[in-house]
Ligand binder design. Structure first.
Ligand SMILES: Cc1cc2nc3c(=O)[nH]c(=O)nc-3n(C[C@H](O)[C@H](O)[C@H](O)COP(=O)(O)O)c2cc1C
Length: 352
């Protein structure tokens, strides 16, 4: 099957089918931010801006990388990149693997509609290893990326019929890319999260930016299980591993505690509301990244619905900032909180 066909199937399944985690949540609901009845603030005083990769976002929201490599993907990328430009959010491209074979692929060329937006390029770590740093730098240059996400998706590949099986040497790949790329490298998971050990390893390799993409939102194992209908072994493996991964709340905490620490932590995986976003930021995320909920809104009601959905998240985030007396995102990060027992159990590796 061509990569373009596969990308279209991914869009269709993510927009229309039940591909969330079955039982595991992000555990963001286990973060209770304490109510401040005397916030001493007016709504107009709230400052939601954040600087990421030397670009100022009006709100700490990134439309996470999803697609590219087909006509439908081109339409999704252009519509969402335009919204990001208008609203002052960041925007991520999906895997640029098709550009390795077809460098002129226009589905990734969103600078015409998003000239000033924070733009994140994207390639799988296995493809980056095979392509080498020069070609990865060329992919970034070709789209005008401000930073390059190198994604990790071992669980997805294992369940995908014909997926990658060789994940060796990827640490060396990150170490090389960090040295050779002229723009920042972001180590990005895709829904299974980063453990304390992985985060520490990445940090020791010189990686300074991560997108934790934890468990509790889109399950890529679930997506590939649906695609593996005619492959009994792959489907059974997918059914077993649907909920594999580290909940987003724990993954953000692990990344923030990693030593040496990261300059940028993007909190993603199951962010659906402004309250989720506020909790992610309180745990240490600089901004949140959102994928499937934006795609669902776009699929349902076009760019108007996707924009309205994102603006709702912003309104909800502002409400929580006011309710916690947080004038800025830096204040929100220090907001008093109570953590529920399941999240505290997940965080025990940090106290050892
Ligand atoms: C349709 C779709 C396609 C995706 N494709 C990519 C991709 O090419 N590269 C990547 O790094 N992540 C990809 N992702 C993963 C997202 O960037 C994100 O990490 C993950 O879906 C969790 O976020 P969510 O729960 O908000 O969907 C994709 C997600 C969706 C929904």
């Amino acid at each position: 099957m061509s990569i373009g066909r596969r990308k279209d199937e991914h869009l269709e399944l993510c927009a229309r089918e039940d591909v969330g985690f079955a039982h595991k949540s992000t555990l963001l609901e286990a973060v209770e931010l304490l109510h401040d009845a005397l916030p001493g603030l007016a709504d107009g005083e709230l400052d939601t801006r954040v600087v990421l990769f030397e670009k100022t976002l009006r709100a700490p929201i990134v439309l996470a990388g999803m697609t590219g490599g087909s006509e439908r993907a081109a339409s999704v990328n252009h519509q969402l990149a335009r919204i990001a430009e208008e609203c002052g959010y960041g925007f991520g491209l999906g895997s640029q693997r098709p550009m390795l074979a077809c460098p002129d692929d226009a589905s990734y060329l969103v600078r015409s509609v998003a000239p000033t937006t924070l733009l994140l390029g994207n390639l799988g770590a296995v493809q980056a290893r095979l392509a080498g740093p020069e070609r990865v730098a060329e992919l970034a240059r070709a789209v005008g990326a401000d930073a390059m996400c190198i994604h990790l998706n071992v669980a997805q590949e294992l369940v995908q019929p014909g997926g990658d099986r060789d994940f060796s040497g990827l640490a060396d790949t990150f170490a090389e890319l960090v040295v050779h790329l002229p723009i920042p490298v972001v180590a990005k998971e895709t829904g299974c999260g980063l453990s304390p050990r992985t985060a520490a390893r990445l940090a020791s390799l010189g990686v300074r930016h991560v997108d934790v993409s934890g468990a509790g939102g889109t399950s890529w194992v679930a997506v590939e299980t649906l695609r593996a209908r005619e492959h009994d072994d792959q489907r059974a493996l997918g059914e077993l591993l649907r909920d594999w991964g580290i909940p987003t709340a724990a993954a953000i905490s692990f990344a923030r505690a990693a030593s040496p620490s990261f300059e940028t932590v993007l909190g993603s995986g199951g962010i659906q509301t402004g309250l989720d976003a506020a909790r992610a930021i309180a745990l240490g995320a600089d901004a949140v990244a959102i994928a499937r909920p934006v795609l669902i809104a776009l699929d349902r009601g076009g760019p108007a619905e996707a924009r309205a959905y994102l603006q709702r998240i912003e309104r909800e985030l502002r409400a929580v900032m006011l309710l916690t007396g947080s004038r800025s995102l830096a204040h929100l990060r220090r907001a008093p909180r109570v953590l529920g027992p399941t999240l505290r159990a997940w965080l025990t590796p940090l106290s050892g």
